[in-house]
Design a protein around this ligand. Structure first.
Ligand SMILES: Nc1ncnc2c1ncn2[C@@H]1O[C@H](COP(=O)(O)OP(=O)(O)OP(=O)(O)O)[C@@H](O)[C@H]1O
Ligand SMILES: [Mg+2]
Length: 250
């Protein structure tokens, strides 16, 4: 079982969009668990899952509930050849997660522990992390085999890549970072420059570019990954390419 944390300290960078689309890519080759770690519940929403975590997140993190007790299958249709995508939904109980983690022993290893008993069931786990450098993020980073970081072509995003490096370096088990440019608008000179220069200047930034497109926003009305309703769209193909690199890095 490979664990992929989609993480950036920056909000609105494209984490959830990547998490849901990568879950779809991963489901081509095995069973997937997508864990929505953000109280906003965006990946819960985009996968059409009810925003209700049985027993609340505290029971899951403390070990009195297991992942199999709380998962719900993603609601979009599963095409032939795809394996199932199960979702650990986020609900209001997540608002207390940070404080709760802070109050328990082994507060940085709780996610890793909860994931242990899922290892016979899933081939891939995708963690959709909240923004910021929190205990939740530290837990995700600690359990991950690879950290996937969306980087919008703007100075602030590079600053957050630097912060991600810091969080990963402080982890007891630093995993490789795979960063990619997201929301790229090639009509803008600064974006075209970023696509040329950033992968050269930053060793973590790979050559996959996810273009800015309304098709990503359509995920909200379709409640499905892009490839489920626009399989030949450039965005869908970009996530396929990204997934191939994630597999190599993990
Ligand atoms: N490639 C893209 N093109 C156009 N819009 C995009 C693209 N990627 C993401 N978006 C839009 O930008 C917004 C933020 O994206 P997303 O939710 O994936 O980011 P996030 O990093 O998970 O945000 P948060 O930090 O709030 O969890 C969403 O409305 C999404 O539809
Ligand atoms: Mg998100």
């Amino acid at each position: 079982m490979k664990i992929v944390a989609v993480y950036s300290t920056k909000g609105g960078a494209g984490k959830t969009s990547a998490a849901v689309n990568l879950a779809w890519e991963a489901s081509r080759s095995g069973a997937v668990l997508l864990w929505d770690l953000d109280a906003q519940g965006a990946s819960t929403y985009l996968t059409g899952v009810k925003p209700k975590l049985k027993g609340g997140v505290a029971k899951l993190v403390k070990g009195s509930n297991t992942i199999s007790d709380v998962v719900r299958e993603a609601a979009f249709p599963r095409p032939e050849g795809h394996h199932r995508i199960d979702v650990v939904p986020a609900d209001d109980s997540y608002r207390e997660l940070e404080l709760m983690l802070d109050s328990v022993k082994g507060s940085r290893r709780r996610l890793e522990k909860a994931l242990k008993d899922a290892s016979g069931t899933y081939d891939t786990v995708i963690l959709d992390c909240p923004p910021g450098a929190s205990l939740v993020a530290e837990n995700a980073v600690r359990s991950a085999d690879v950290i996937v970081t969306p980087v919008a072509p703007a100075a602030l995003s590079l600053r957050s890549l630097e912060q991600v490096r810091g969080v990963v370096a402080d982890s007891a088990k630093p995993a490789p970072i795979l960063a990619f440019l997201s929301m790229v608008d090639r009509r803008k000179l600064s974006h075209r420059r970023a696509v040329e220069d950033l992968p050269v200047e930053h060793k973590e930034i790979v050559d996959v570019v996810v273009p800015a497109s309304v098709v990503v926003e359509r995920m909200g009305s379709e409640r499905a990954p892009v490839a489920a309703f626009a399989p030949r769209h450039q965005v869908a193909l970009a996530y396929t390419d990204l997934w191939a690199l994630v597999v190599k890095a993990a």
